[in-house]
Structure formats: structure tokens, C-alpha cells
Design a protein around this ligand. Structure first.
Ligand SMILES: *[C@@H]1O[C@H](CO)[C@@H](O)[C@H](O)[C@H]1NC(C)=O
Ligand SMILES: *[C@@H]1O[C@H](CO)[C@@H](O)[C@H](O)[C@H]1NC(C)=O
Ligand SMILES: *[C@@H]1O[C@H](CO)[C@@H](O)[C@H](O)[C@H]1NC(C)=O
Ligand SMILES: *[C@@H]1O[C@H](CO)[C@@H](O)[C@H](O)[C@H]1NC(C)=O
Ligand SMILES: *[C@@H]1O[C@H](CO)[C@@H](O)[C@H](O)[C@H]1NC(C)=O
Ligand SMILES: *[C@@H]1O[C@H](CO)[C@@H](O)[C@H](O)[C@H]1NC(C)=O
Ligand SMILES: *[C@@H]1O[C@H](CO)[C@@H](O)[C@H](O)[C@H]1NC(C)=O
Ligand SMILES: *[C@@H]1O[C@H](CO)[C@@H](O)[C@H](O)[C@H]1NC(C)=O
Ligand SMILES: *[C@@H]1O[C@H](CO)[C@@H](O)[C@H](O)[C@H]1NC(C)=O
Ligand SMILES: *[C@@H]1O[C@H](CO)[C@@H](O)[C@H](O)[C@H]1NC(C)=O
Ligand SMILES: *[C@@H]1O[C@H](CO)[C@@H](O)[C@H](O)[C@H]1NC(C)=O
Ligand SMILES: *[C@@H]1O[C@H](CO)[C@@H](O)[C@H](O)[C@H]1NC(C)=O
Length: 478
């Protein structure tokens, strides 16, 4: 009975196959089961990304699944921005050949499974921009081949596990925009290949660990918007490759070294705003030729500002809310030096102790300048006619100074104009009625006279207008 034998042998081989399939990690049916379970946890898939995930086709053809070419094992799962809603599934961790897991920009919720540490081959873990909560499992330190971890923009809480200092080849680490508490672990100083450390917008406190100064390949250090305190350890100024140093919105204090910018010559973005830093603006600032954005605002900086002729690419410069002064003949020279900066877009010195004649050189600032914010000082003299050269300007704030003379009729394009609390006089130029984008205008508490121009009613976007405490007559236009 040849036919029967044949049938039996087929059945036997199928059985054999089946039992092999049940042995963990030996073939791709483990992967298939893990992926089907992963799919099972998906509660919403509006664009039908997982429609291709059915048992009729090889898992390697499924959308978002990458396989090794030799063994047909799953090495990658990349489903970023696919509008999937699902609970994190521990079954993912059965994909023992997984190298890349990228679920960025979905609606994954629940906690990161502790079993994730089983993924010994994992190199890239991107779960950013989901709704994942719970703690960062310390077992993640078992994934010793990790190069990239991005868990930013979730609801993770608890502390950063110090065990992550064991991920010795990690290059990019981001936990930004979560609810993490506790200290920045000093063990992170062991990550000697780290390029990016992103911890911004959490509730971390305590000092910046001295050990971070050992990360000599670090390019980006983001710890802004936390409760980090104390002085910046001097070891940090050994990180000569640093491009981004973002410390804004913390409780950092003390003086930064005067050679800051020669020690960190590659800096393009230095954001120190809203801390407790004090002392002078570092004297090496004029040498920081790579800078694009610098923010010293809302600290306790005092003294003079150096001239900045050679910061050619600078586009954002914020000194507001400090105690800077402009004593002496050259005290405001730095403002003239900014006329050499072709790309300057935002410049603020608001709320400092600057004195002297309002510099007429502002007429020569970059044609790209959009915000000029100089209120809350003691500037005297006239607003120069040349301010009309600044054709891109949308915000001009000169309130609370001692300016006198008239409003130049050369002003164009503004959206926000604040000149309150000065000694300005004369009539309100009719030309202000041509500012079709005007949104807010404060001219209160000056010495303006004459009739309120009815042409202001042309400014259709005007939401806020204060002309009070002047000598004006006529009606506020509708
Ligand atoms: C797959 O993962 C689940 C949950 O972690 C576990 O219970 C199961 O034993 C795993 N199966 C295999 C074949 O690894
Ligand atoms: C598999 O293929 C068969 C025949 O083409 C079809 O009837 C069935 O619906 C498919 N199964 C799935 C899960 O898509
Ligand atoms: C498993 O891999 C084999 C080839 O090695 C392939 O023929 C088969 O379709 C794969 N199974 C699944 C479920 O993808
Ligand atoms: C996400 O996908 C939508 C279309 O599905 C696309 O418009 C959007 O640009 C994508 N966002 C990102 C960050 O890739
Ligand atoms: C952090 O926790 C608070 C209180 O538990 C919550 O209101 C807030 O939404 C959380 N923020 C994030 C980013 O998860
Ligand atoms: C890692 O860092 C910690 C704290 O800085 C230190 O005690 C430990 O010896 C380091 N481990 C390795 C392997 O370098
Ligand atoms: C800076 O680096 C040098 C050379 O690696 C080292 O000798 C020095 O102690 C470091 N300085 C600080 C403050 O860590
Ligand atoms: C600025 O750089 C020049 C040479 O490039 C150097 O001579 C000078 O000492 C530096 N100034 C400061 C304040 O670091
Ligand atoms: C300024 O930016 C340009 C283009 O981004 C770049 O080529 C140039 O090297 C920069 N200059 C300096 C001094 O950093
Ligand atoms: C202004 O910038 C130019 C290069 O764009 C430079 O050659 C010149 O020295 C700078 N001016 C001053 C006064 O430093
Ligand atoms: C603006 O620059 C031009 C050319 O460099 C110069 O002649 C003029 O005096 C400057 N104007 C002001 C107000 O500084
Ligand atoms: C306001 O203007 C009037 C007339 O133009 C002048 O007499 C007066 O001194 C000015 N007051 C102030 C505070 O500048």
C-alpha cells in the first residue's frame, strides 16, 4: 500500500516540522507567533497597516517587518507613524533576532515589558511619541548591543536606572519630555561613545554629574526644563566636541568660565536661560564664530557685553532679564557690532540696566531681523528714522525707557509695537494705519498729542490697543 506509506511519511514530516517549530528561537514560527500576538494587541489600525499580516504569506513580506536574508528571522519592526493604538506586548521580546524596533509616533500605551532585556541583539529602540507609562526597566541594560534609545515624549516616570551605564556602545539616548524624577545617574559617564544625551523636560533634580565630563564624543547635551541645580562641573568644559549645550530652565548657579567658548569651540546652540547664573558674559564670547543661537536670558549676569563682530552665523541672541550695563564710552558698542551679523533674526536686551543714547546703528542691523526687544532699560534719545530699513521686523518693543521725539513714520510691516512708558511726543503717524498685520500696539503713558488717526481702523487684525495717558483727542477707532 504505497499510497498509505506516503501519506504517513508526509504526516510524520509535518509533525517533525511542527515540533521543531515549538522549540523556542529555533525557527521563524516563534517570530510569527510573536508578531501575531503583537497584532492581536492592536485595538485600532485605521489605515490597515497590519492587513498584510496574515498566515497566508511569509512574515518577511509583512508590512514593517524586516528579516535576515539567510535565516528568515525577524530583525526589524519599523512601524513609525502608522496611527496604531495598542498595549505594549511582552511577546515582542520573543523576537530574539530583533535589531531594530521603531514604533515612534503611534498610540502605544502600557509599560515597557521587563522581558525587553532578552533582546540581546537589539541595536535601536525607538518608542518616542507614544503614551507609554510606568518605569524604564533596568533590564534594558541587558540589551548590550544598543546604540540608540529614544523613549522621548511618553509618560515614563520613576528614575533613570543607573544600570544603563552598562550599555557601553550606546550613541544616542533620549528620555526627553517624560515624567522622570531623581538624579542624573553618574554611571552615564561610562557611555564613552555617547553622542546625544537628551533629558529635557522631566523632573530631574540634583547636580550635573562630574562623570559626564568623560563623554568626550558627546555632541548634544540637553538637560533643559528640569530642576537640576548647583554649579556646572568644570569637567563639562572638557567636552570640546559639544555642539548643543542646552541647560535652560533649571536651577543652575555660579559663574561659567571666561574661556567657555574657546574650550567648546564647536558650540552652535548654547541655551542657559532661566537659571541662576551670575558674573560676566564670558570674555571668550567674541570668539564663538560657530554660534547660531545663544540665550543668556533670565539669569543674574552683570557687567558689560563684549563686541561680537565675528559671530557671522548668529541668528538668535537673548540677554533679557539680567543686570547688564553699558557704562562708559563704548558700553553700547556691542549693538553696533551686531550690524556685521547678516543672519540675525531675534535680538533682545529687555529688562537690563542699559543706559545711554538709543544706538542709531540699529538701522544697520540685518534685514532678516524679526524681533527687536529693548524695553525695560534706560535708553534715551530718539527712535532713529532708519528703523524703517528693518523690513522683516514684526515685533518692536521699546517700552519703559526714556525715549523722546516722534514715532518714525518709516516703520513698516510690524505686528507688535510697544512704546508705552517713554517720553515720546508729537502726533501718532497716520502711516501706522498702513500696518495691515498690526496685532498689538501699546503707546500708553507718553506725551502724544493731536487726533487719533481714524486710519487705524484699517488695521483689521488689531486685537490690543492702548493709547491711554497721553494728550490725544478723538475716538479709538473700531
Ligand atoms: C513568548 O513570550 C511570552 C511572554 O513573554 C512567554 O510566556 C513565552 O514563553 C514566549 N514564547 C517563546 C516561544 O519564547
Ligand atoms: C488566506 O487565503 C485564503 C485563500 O486565498 C483566503 O480565503 C483567506 O481569507 C486568507 N486568510 C487570511 C487570514 O487572509
Ligand atoms: C519561515 O522561513 C521559511 C524559509 O526559511 C519560509 O519558507 C517560511 O515562509 C517562513 N515562515 C513564515 C511564517 O514566515
Ligand atoms: C505621518 O504620516 C502622515 C500621513 O499618514 C504624514 O502626513 C505625516 O507627515 C507623517 N509624520 C511624520 C512625522 O512622519
Ligand atoms: C506627569 O505627571 C502628572 C501628574 O501625575 C501628569 O498630570 C502629567 O500629564 C504627566 N506628564 C507627562 C508628560 O506624562
Ligand atoms: C561606571 O560608572 C560608575 C559610576 O561613575 C563607576 O563606579 C563604575 O566603576 C563604572 N563602570 C565601568 C564598567 O566603567
Ligand atoms: C579634562 O581632560 C583632561 C585630559 O583628559 C584631564 O586631565 C582633566 O582632568 C580634565 N578636567 C576636568 C576638570 O575634568
Ligand atoms: C580668541 O581667539 C584668538 C585666536 O583665535 C585668541 O588669540 C584669543 O585669545 C581668543 N580670545 C579669548 C578671549 O579667548
Ligand atoms: C556659517 O554657516 C555656513 C552655512 O551654514 C557655513 O558654511 C559656515 O561655515 C558657517 N560659518 C561659521 C563661521 O561657522
Ligand atoms: C565683519 O565681518 C567681516 C566678514 O563678513 C569681517 O571680515 C570683518 O572683519 C568684520 N568686521 C569687524 C569690524 O570685525
Ligand atoms: C550704516 O552703515 C553704513 C555703511 O556701512 C554707514 O555709512 C552708516 O553710517 C551706518 N549707519 C548708522 C546709523 O550706523
Ligand atoms: C508734553 O508736551 C508738551 C507740549 O508739547 C510739553 O509742554 C510738555 O513739557 C511735555 N511733557 C513731558 C513730560 O514731556
Amino acid at each position: 500500500m504505497e499510497a498509505t506509506t506516503f501519506i504517513i511519511s508526509v504526516a510524520l514530516s509535518a509533525l517533525l516540522h511542527h515540533s521543531l517549530a515549538l522549540r523556542p528561537n529555533l525557527d521563524n514560527s516563534t517570530d510569527q507567533n510573536a508578531l501575531l500576538s503583537f497584532k492581536f494587541h492592536v485595538t485600532s489600525d485605521p489605515i490597515g497597516v497590519l492587513d498584510t499580516w496574515n498566515q497566508n504569506s511569509s512574515i518577511c513580506t509583512w508590512h514593517g517587518v524586516l528579516c535576515s536574508s539567510t535565516k528568515n528571522r525577524v530583525t526589524g519592526l519599523t512601524l513609525a507613524n502608522m496611527t496604531l493604538t495598542a498595549a505594549m506586548s511582552p511577546y515582542i521580546t520573543n523576537l530574539s533576532f530583533l535589531r531594530v524596533l521603531d514604533l515612534k509616533d503611534n498610540n502605544y500605551h502600557g509599560t515597557i515589558p521587563v522581558e525587553i532585556g532578552k533582546l540581546r541583539r537589539l541595536e535601536t529602540l525607538i518608542l518616542a511619541s507614544n503614551n507609554i507609562d510606568g518605569m524604564i526597566p533596568s533590564s534594558l541594560s541587558g540589551c548590550s548591543r544598543l546604540k540608540v534609545i529614544d523613549l522621548s515624549e511618553n509618560h515614563l516616570e520613576g528614575t533613570i536606572p543607573s544600570e544603563l551605564g552598562n550599555l557601553l556602545i550606546l550613541q544616542d539616548l533620549s528620555f526627553a519630555k517624560n515624567n522622570l524624577t531623581g538624579l542624573i545617574p553618574s554611571s552615564l559617564g561610562n557611555l564613552s561613545f555617547l553622542r546625544t544625551l537628551g533629558l529635557k523636560s522631566n523632573y530631574l533634580h540634583g547636580p550635573i554629574p562630574v562623570e559626564l565630563g568623560r563623554l568626550n564624543t558627546l555632541l548634544q547635551l540637553h538637560i533643559g526644563d528640569n530642576h537640576v541645580s548647583g554649579e556646572v562641573p568644570s569637567s563639562i568644559f572638557n567636552l570640546s566636541s559639544l555642539i548643543f549645550m542646552i541647560f535652560a530652565k533649571n536651577e543652575l548657579s555660579g559663574h561659567l568660565p571666561s574661556n567657555l567658548f574657546t574650550a567648546l569651540p564647536s558650540l552652535t546652540n548654547l541655551l542657559l536661560g532661566s537659571n541662576l547664573f551670575q558674573g560676566n558674559i564670558p570674555t571668550s564670547f567674541p570668539n564663538a564664530t560657530n554660534l547660531l543661537r545663544v540665550d543668556f536670558s533670565n539669569n543674574q549676569y552683570s557687567g558689560l557685553v563684549p563686541s561680537l563682530w565675528n559671530l557671522h552665523n548668529l541668528s538668535f541672541l537673548n540677554f533679557e532679564i539680567n543686570q547688564l550695563v553699558s557704562e562708559g564710552e563704548h558700553g553700547l558698542h556691542f549693538i553696533t557690532s551686531l550690524t556685521n551679523l547678516t543672519f540675525l533674526q531675534v535680538f533682545s536686551v529687555a529688562s537690563n540696566h542699559f543706559t545711554g543714547m538709543f544706538p542709531s546703528s540699529i538701522a544697520n542691523l540685518s534685514g532678516q531681523l524679526t524681533m527687536l526687544v529693548m524695553g525695560g532699560n534706560h535708553f534715551e534719545g530718539n527712535i532713529p528714522e532708519g528703523i524703517g530699513n528693518l523690513g522683516s521686523l514684526t515685533q518692536l518693543s521699546l517700552e519703559s525707557n526714556s525715549l523722546s521725539g516722534k514715532i518714525p513714520s518709516t516703520i513698516v510691516n510690524l505686528q507688535n509695537l510697544f512704546l508705552d512708558f517713554n517720553f515720546l511726543s508729537g502726533s501718532i503717524p497716520k502711516s501706522l494705519g498702513n500696518l495691515s498685520q498690526l496685532y498689538e500696539m501699546g503707546l500708553s503713558r507718553n506725551n502724544f498729542t493731536g487726533t487719533i488717526p481714524s486710519r487705524l481702523s484699517n488695521c483689521q487684525h488689531l486685537q490690543f490697543l492702548d493709547l491711554s495717558m497721553n494728550g490725544l483727542i478723538g475716538k479709538i477707532p473700531k
